[in-house]
Design a protein around this ligand. Structure first.
Ligand SMILES: *[C@@H]1O[C@H](CO)[C@@H](O)[C@H](O)[C@H]1NC(C)=O
Ligand SMILES: *[C@@H]1O[C@H](CO)[C@@H](O)[C@H](O)[C@H]1NC(C)=O
Ligand SMILES: *[C@@H]1O[C@H](CO)[C@@H](O)[C@H](O)[C@H]1NC(C)=O
Ligand SMILES: *[C@@H]1O[C@H](CO)[C@@H](O)[C@H](O)[C@H]1NC(C)=O
Ligand SMILES: *[C@@H]1O[C@H](CO)[C@@H](O)[C@H](O)[C@H]1NC(C)=O
Ligand SMILES: *[C@@H]1O[C@H](CO)[C@@H](O)[C@H](O)[C@H]1NC(C)=O
Length: 452
């Protein structure tokens, strides 16, 4: 009896293996090192996917993006908020990778993905979120491009006279990103024997940990991300799970949402860390990539974006920190004095940048993202991989122009129109008017109090 059962299982396995689309089965990874899914990696995206011209020249600067508002304008100040560079997975994700890759190696039918037969697990739990070498170069190269883009601000003199400052989150990957950035500045400008200090400020760069209302009502509250769970249990995700199970010839019960995400991570991390088109990437096609990207964006939307008001309000402290500095520069220029903080570089997380961009009303779709409108949102604005890849950066540059101060905002070095201000270089006073409500309110202590 048991022999017969086994026999039938074997028959079944064979039958379905041969039912696989031959275009997929027995293929090898497509040529080139960039997986076709790379545009769907959410916050695990490489910066180069947002700015593909960097692939052929990592120090390229698009001249048309870095022009001052007019030739008569003089750059006066630059504030930049940067996400840390490429990193290892966190230990939680590494555990899941170890587990699922073991299951695949021992149980799956890998005749269709031969490269996986020889793939070896190389992640170790102690890599836990650390910055990788690519992450260091993300920041080194960004520093070099910013020096090219703002040659009168990031200068030897300004560095030596203490007008270039650094603030970072206490997380090692942020501190190490900051060190890489500073090192590049010193080298590029040939500065020796000067200490370029940085300060750690988690109230500012990790406000999301410290805002009680956010922690209690969103971070620790499952209901706040209910739409994410619903989507994971929904029909789009079910299809992805079944396709993956079929491709690996695993029972459906072995392929959970966690497992699919793990495969996606294995593909994404091997690409961003090792520049490899991993065999894991072959297990998910373009349609799968879109679904997984949406699942990731849904999570960001409900945890860090427009999903809940407190998500963006938690960044009030960073908003005011920025405008206080811009105001101080404006005042110094008005008084005819010298600008004391010419460049401020702040290094934090995707969770630092997304709430602030949301507070500024950027990347807002007309209809909120939820579990049942994936199809409606195929062309959505809120796409975390485009907004906060590794080394994502928000630049705010003040220019002293004949008819007043002007502000240019750039995201990931691309010109950014602030909503409601159609000029790419609006007058600073118009920007202040646009955000008057926030400037007059948005008090961190009040918005983060639990009983507010
Ligand atoms: C894959 O190709 C080999 C020969 O290269 C063939 O023997 C095998 O049946 C093919 N497998 C599938 C599932 O098509
Ligand atoms: C530079 O930016 C302009 C305007 O956005 C664009 O048309 C052009 O293609 C860009 N150049 C490169 C090399 O990306
Ligand atoms: C930071 O860099 C130092 C030295 O370069 C290294 O020893 C350390 O492991 C790094 N830490 C992280 C979290 O990347
Ligand atoms: C895989 O599925 C089988 C049968 O459904 C089950 O017995 C086994 O425990 C599962 N293994 C894992 C690691 O989920
Ligand atoms: C951190 O930044 C905030 C906002 O600018 C400031 O009020 C606070 O004093 C800073 N804390 C430290 C330790 O520098
Ligand atoms: C999701 O959004 C759609 C509009 O696109 C709306 O009709 C639907 O009720 C929403 N679903 C939930 C669960 O909020």
């Amino acid at each position: 009896m048991s022999f017969l059962c086994l026999f039938m299982v074997v028959i079944h396995l064979h039958a379905s293996a041969f039912a696989l689309p031959s275009s997929w089965c027995n293929g090898t990874s497509p040529p080139g090192y960039i997986p076709s899914n790379a545009i769907y990696f959410n916050t695990k995206s490489r910066y180069e996917e947002v700015n593909p011209y960097l692939i052929s020249d990592i120090l390229a600067v698009n001249e048309s993006w870095v022009k001052p508002p007019s030739p008569q304008c003089k750059a006066a100040h630059l504030s930049v908020i940067i996400r840390h560079g490429t990193r290892y997975p966190t230990s939680g994700n590494i555990k899941k990778m170890i587990q699922f890759s073991k299951l695949v190696k021992s149980q799956a039918d890998l005749r269709c993905v031969k490269e996986l037969q020889t793939w070896k697990m190389w992640y170790k739990e102690d890599m836990d979120g650390r910055l990788v070498e690519k992450g260091r170069s993300d920041h080194r190269h960004l520093a070099q491009r910013l020096i090219k883009s703002f040659p009168t601000l990031i200068t030897k003199e300004n560095v030596e006279e203490g007008r270039v400052k650094f603030i970072t989150s206490s997380k090692h990957r942020c501190v190490n990103s900051t060190l890489a950035f500073k090192h590049a500045v010193m080298e590029d400008l040939r500065i020796h024997g000067v200490d370029l200090p940085h300060t750690i400020n988690d109230s500012l760069m990790r406000f999301f940990d410290q805002c009680k209302r956010l922690v209690e009502t969103v971070e620790k509250n499952k209901d706040a991300v209910m739409e994410v769970e619903r989507f994971k249990d929904g029909p789009e995700m079910k299809r992805v799970l079944e396709k993956l199970a079929d491709r690996l010839q695993l029972p459906y019960s072995n392929v959970t949402t966690d497992a699919v995400e793990t495969v996606f991570y294995l593909c994404a991390y091997e690409f961003t860390i090792l520049s490899k088109n991993s065999p894991w990437c072959r297990l998910l096609d373009d349609a799968d990539g879109r679904v997984l990207e949406y699942a990731g964006d849904l999570k960001q939307f409900w945890k860090r974006g427009f999903g809940h008001d407190i998500n963006s309000k938690a960044s009030c402290i960073l908003f005011h920190d920025l405008f206080r500095r811009l105001d101080a520069v404006a005042e110094q220029i008005r008084a005819g004095g010298r600008v004391s903080e010419v460049v401020m570089v702040q290094v934090g997380h995707a969770e630092t940048l997304l709430p602030l961009l949301t507070l500024l009303d950027l990347f807002k779709d007309d209809v909120p993202l939820n579990s049942s409108n994936f199809a409606l949102h195929l062309a959505r604005a809120f796409r975390s991989g485009r907004i906060v890849p590794y080394a994502a950066n928000l630049l705010m540059a003040l220019f002293d122009c004949p008819n007043g101060l002007r502000l240019q905002a750039r995201l990931n070095e691309r010109p950014l129109t602030l909503p409601g201000l159609d000029d790419l270089s609006p007058l600073y006073q118009d920007v202040r008017k646009r955000y008057k409500q926030l400037l007059d309110g948005c008090n961190q202590d009040t918005v983060c109090a639990l009983d507010s």
